[in-house]
Design a protein around this ligand. Structure first.
Ligand SMILES: [Fe+2]
Length: 211
């Protein structure tokens, strides 16, 4: 029985990886191609599957609402994410405090890994997961050595990198951040659910510019 439940979860995790890959493939572009290539290199057999200890955070109060919005954009992906509800391990970066990021930030922010050290498949210097950000939040300038791709599934949301100002992106856009480039994200009235990916150099965590 335990084995059967775990098989279901394995199948759901593989379904989500597949749905992300199909959705990204449809978007195309050189940065997406790198993500798909690195994803294809990961070990994701039944033997590689690990069940993370589930964990919720205050920001997951927006989970159902953002899934409903994602249904309009990518119905299969939305269903695949929803199938893992209750099994995801939602996390926060310890250095991200309300003092730095604004009162209430920690109740409006969280991420989980699908492939990665805290995900369902441990990954080889590769992480793909989900990010959630509540409405009216500013995830301030930060940077990291990992090349990063974001695929917001809800929106609109504002994105900034380098010396540029904020640009508004609709749900479904693909955003690439080169290694060490400072970048920030801002939400307006809608909470954000996004797929995010670090394709290499994943061992150094993100650092806030102001911290
Ligand atoms: Fe980043």
């Amino acid at each position: 029985m335990v084995r059967a439940m775990s098989d279901d979860l394995y199948n759901d995790a593989r379904w989500l990886v597949g749905a992300i890959a199909r959705g990204l493939h449809a978007r195309g572009g050189s940065h997406v191609d790198v993500v798909l290539q690195r994803l294809a290199e990961q070990d994701m057999t039944r033997e590689d599957f690990v069940e993370p200890r589930p964990q919720t955070l205050p920001v997951t109060r927006y989970f159902a609402g953002t899934i409903a919005e994602t249904m309009m954009l990518e119905s299969e992906l939305a269903a695949a994410i929803a199938s893992l509800d209750g099994h995801l391990k939602w996390l926060q970066s310890k250095s991200y405090t309300d003092e730095i990021l604004g009162a209430g930030f920690s109740e409006n922010y969280g991420w989980c890994e699908i492939v990665g050290p805290q995900g369902f498949f441990k990954g080889d210097d590769f992480i793909i997961g989900l990010l959630m950000l509540g409405p009216q939040r500013h995830y301030k300038d930060h940077y990291h050595p990992a090349p990063e791709l974001y695929w917001p599934l809800t929106g609109p949301t504002d994105w900034k990198q380098g010396a540029g100002g904020f640009e508004t992106k609709q749900a479904g856009a693909v955003i690439y951040h080169a290694p060490m480039v400072h970048h920030a994200t801002r939400t307006a009235d809608q909470p954000l659910l996004a797929v995010w990916c670090w394709t290499k150099d994943t061992h150094t965590p993100a650092k806030l510019v102001d911290a």
